[in-house]
Design a protein around this ligand. Structure first.
Ligand SMILES: [Fe+2]
Length: 601
């Protein structure tokens, strides 16, 4: 039984392939098209999935799509009626891509896929999210919470998943018994603030999260008083006078309402310089001014405030769901499940004992969720699969790698022994070099977890600006992650329990507080508030990466390295050896470890 799952036509299009319920491959289209948050039909991701599974499209039993396009179109249409006649701009946009495609999704998919109509299944957006987490988790039963911008109508759902089997007799179910619908959306609220703070919708949300620790959440009460009303169950309503969601798709800062501006002041100039007394205590930003720093602090306070509100709403939802289900496991999905600070609070502050978050928690992961839902619920097949790692993307062999290196004209050393490679990489790190590490299959989801990573010494604060400004050419406030040996995570971070079962930690989807006595060792990978977005590394899942961290730990007493995604500002992570070599040549990276080849500048 072969099932291909697809998500596309909004943002983060992707494909995944299941063979008898086992995941064989999954990839986001942006990794091939090189266009970040690519929304097009995922032709290349599908081609890759079929190739990895060794099948053709004619062998595929079902293709599943991650939402119901007509139901979604119904929302667009009602949205237009709602704001009519003040809707010319939205109306025109509706007939432009990607809205136009909503009407013709089925025809478009059939034309592109060249499969008979009966093989194409449409699964609801939030069911796809829910299935993407529950059926990748190890749990037989779990509460499920999905929170995103918007699907067809739902913007958040809560319910439970069960998979009870004895031998080959059993049943899988997902019951989402609670939902919040458009226009009331926690994801769109966060996106509104993202646009106000000068970042791109559906992409700059990370930057708001990165900016938040530099501010004080002094506008939280203003937000509750004017913009969002939340009940004890985590249900909420947005005030459309402040967040006029009907008129704001697509978002841009110009559509911020006057009332919103009245509350917070003019929107931040998009992509303007960000510096405060905290980011640049020596006032050494090239465009430094006291007034600029004060204004940026104001924006950081707003970022901190919406971040706190988001955390509190998600906590209330999770607590309500615990009361409702009494289950000890929680599966989280939807774009808001990529909010690692909120995830950390759910892990620590709710009664749930275990939390699973599928690493591609936003819409890209819904391709996989739709396929899993069809296999386990619609077709009633038992479960065999647990997603233990994120390495589901394409790998490139030695010949392909060598050809690319020669094309670029670099000299190289060829070393295929893991230990020798790790020794060399550790020596480089100890000399303060910043390395590119590209090996094996690329990661599924937005995090680089050691196969398409940039790595460096985490101990020195100055490494932050070296990597942000000289290597990746991005904003100075963007944080880096500490990657630590799984077995030693508890020594460096507070409150880590049952580390082997802590999937959010393994997938770098949560934050933990650095232990007081270890703060000096982790200066380049700690947020302003003393937390870190930790990744735990297990030997059997990534031997080279693990060995590098282990050797670095033996040399320094700190079994941690700085990890960040291998890409330049605004670009998707590198995919092919050519991409890696290209980024290596354009950036300040000093050594590249590429599929068993070591290339130095
Ligand atoms: Fe979604």
């Amino acid at each position: 039984m072969i099932i291909v799952g697809i998500s596309c036509y909004y943002h983060d299009s992707s494909a995944a392939i299941l063979k008898d319920g086992m995941l064989i491959a999954a990839a986001e289209e942006e990794r091939f098209s090189r266009n970040k948050h690519e929304s097009r039909f995922p032709a290349e991701a599908i081609a890759y999935c079929l190739e990895e599974a060794g099948v053709s499209i004619h062998d595929v039993d079902y293709v599943t799509f991650f939402e119901k396009p007509l139901k979604k179109f119904d929302r667009f249409y009602q949205n237009l009626l709602h704001i009519s006649p003040d809707c010319k701009e939205n109306y025109l946009y509706s007939w432009d891509s990607p809205y136009k495609e909503k009407l013709w999704v089925k025809e478009d998919l059939l034309k592109n896929l060249k499969i008979p109509e009966e093989k194409l299944l449409f699964i609801e957006h939030h069911i796809s999210h829910a299935a993407s987490a529950f059926f990748c988790s190890p749990y037989k039963e779990a509460a499920i919470l999905t929170v995103d911008g918007v699907g067809e109508w739902a913007t958040a759902t809560a319910g439970k998943g069960t998979a009870y089997w004895e031998g080959d007799q059993g049943k899988n179910e997902i019951d989402l018994f609670y939902e919040i619908t458009y226009p009331h959306s926690l994801g769109l609220l966060y996106t509104a603030f993202t646009a106000y703070l000068g970042f791109r919708e559906n992409s700059g949300e990370y930057k708001v999260m990165g900016m938040a620790p530099y501010g004080e959440p002094r506008f939280v009460e203003d937000i509750y008083k004017n913009i969002i009303t939340v009940d004890e169950e985590g249900g909420f309503r947005l005030n459309m006078d402040y967040i006029p969601i009907y008129k704001t798709v697509p978002w841009d800062a110009k559509k911020i309402s006057d009332k919103f501006i009245g509350l917070f002041g003019p929107a931040r100039i998009p992509e303007s310089d960000f510096f405060t007394d905290q980011t640049h205590p020596k006032q050494d930003h090239p465009n430094w001014s006291a007034a600029g720093a004060k204004l940026n602090k104001h924006y950081a306070d707003i970022a901190a405030s919406i971040q706190v509100v988001t955390e509190e709403v998600m906590l209330k939802m999770a607590n309500f769901l615990y009361q409702k289900t009494g289950l000890k496991n929680l599966c989280l999905a939807g774009g808001c499940a990529l909010n690692s600070v909120a995830n950390g609070r759910i892990l620590r502050e709710t009664p749930f004992e275990k939390v699973y978050i599928q690493p591609a928690a936003s819409d890209s992961g819904s391709s996989l969720g739709a396929a899993l839902y069809a296999y386990h619920v619609l077709l009633g097949k038992p479960r065999k699969f647990v997603m233990e790692h994120t390495y589901w993307g394409k790998s490139y062999n030695q010949n392909e790698t060598l050809l690319a290196i020669k094309k670029f004209g670099f000299s190289y050393d060829e070393i295929h022994d893991t230990d020798k490679l790790a020794v060399l990489a550790t020596e480089d790190l100890l000399q303060g070099k910043v390395l590119g590490l590209s090996q094996g299959r690329f990661e599924w989801g937005p995090r680089a977890l050691g196969n398409r990573s940039i790595i460096a010494d985490p101990r020195n604060e100055a490494m932050k600006s070296v990597v942000n400004e000289k290597i990746k050419f991005r904003e100075p406030f963007r944080p880096f992650a500490p990657a630590i040996l799984e077995e030693r995570a508890g020594e460096f971070f507070d409150d880590i329990e049952d580390v082997e079962d802590n999937y959010p930690l393994r997938f770098m989807l949560t934050v933990y507080k650095t232990r007081q006595e270890k703060k000096a060792d982790l200066q380049a990978v700690s947020h302003e508030d003393g937390t870190g977005r930790v990744q735990t590394v297990r030997k059997e899942l990534n031997p080279l990466y693990h060995r590098i961290i282990e050797l670095f730990g033996e040399a320094t007493g700190v079994p941690v390295i700085l990890n960040t995604s291998f890409n330049l500002r605004g670009e998707p992570m590198v995919t092919t050896p050519e991409n890696a070599l290209n980024t290596f040549s354009k950036s300040g990276l000093e050594t590249l470890y590429l599929n068993g080849f070591v290339i130095r500048k």
